[in-house]
Design a protein around this ligand. Structure first.
Ligand SMILES: C[S@@+](CC[C@H](N)C(=O)[O-])C[C@H]1O[C@@H](n2cnc3c(N)ncnc32)[C@H](O)[C@@H]1O
Length: 222
């Protein structure tokens, strides 16, 4: 099925609220558990960036699991970031976790300063996929741990609809619609592999850990 792009930002108040209140436990715990299993030998402390962090659920999960690390969630959506900041209020994580407005590519971000760079569900929103891979190359320190996950485009619209019914059957309409549009806008693993080669990042490896996700992980050259 031909890819059908969707808008870059999903930051109306209604969209940000629906997204922040949605239950993404399955995919967010998949992301976090895969990161911790893949990078079990991380140093005790370091700096991590979460690109397109949205309402910050993954950033906060990783911060809880990595008590010596400083985490920065970066996102272009002010409404999403309001929800992320609100989520931090109930946590004792505030000095180690912060959320910052940044529209990638963002040349004001510190270069080669992050020992880990992660991103979930951002790639399919970008007007050009190279923006994500170039940002990772710019921001990651030598040897940085990298993990990127996103949806995988199904073969056809019927398959996309089946996935929406299976995994978002009870979700509000606005979320079901976002999920459907995101599936149609997503890249296939083959397309992502080509992007990695083109970006000079083919040392990162791609896997398909579920029927609707691919995940890229590895380290930058030391
Ligand atoms: C589908 S949400 C994913 C949020 C979060 N990573 C998660 O897994 O729940 C995509 C996010 O990417 C952000 N975004 C889109 N384009 C961006 C860009 N160029 N720079 C930074 N963030 C961007 C949007 O504002 C939105 O919050």
């Amino acid at each position: 099925m031909k890819r059908r792009p969707e808008p870059e930002l999903m930051d109306s108040e209604a969209q940000a609220l629906a997204y922040a209140e949605a239950d993404f436990n399955d995919s967010n715990s998949l992301f976090t558990e895969r990161f911790l299993a893949r990078f079990g030998d991380l140093p005790a402390s370091g700096q991590m960036a979460d690109l397109g962090c949205g309402p910050g659920d993954i950033t906060i999960r990783l911060a809880r699991a990595l008590p010596g690390w400083q985490l920065t969630g970066l996102d272009a959506g002010p409404n999403m970031l309001k929800h992320a900041d609100r989520r931090l209020e109930g946590e004792a994580l505030s000095p180690r976790v912060r959320f910052r407005l940044a529209h990638l590519p963002d040349r004001s971000l510190p270069v080669a300063a992050w020992n880990a760079v992660v991103s979930n569900s951002l790639l399919h929103h970008l007007p050009r996929p190279g923006i994500l891979w170039e940002s990772i190359l710019d921001l990651g320190a030598p040897g940085a741990a990298i993990q990127v996950m996103d949806l995988m485009r199904p073969d056809n619209e019927e398959h996309a609809q089946r996935l929406v019914d299976q995994y978002a059957g009870d979700a509000p309409d606005v979320l079901r619609e976002d999920f459907y549009n995101s599936l149609l806008a997503a890249y296939t693993p083959e397309e992502v592999s080509s992007q990695l080669i083109q970006a000079g990042l083919d040392r990162l490896k791609i896997e398909t850990p579920s029927d609707r996700h691919w995940i890229v992980s590895g380290t930058l050259a030391a």
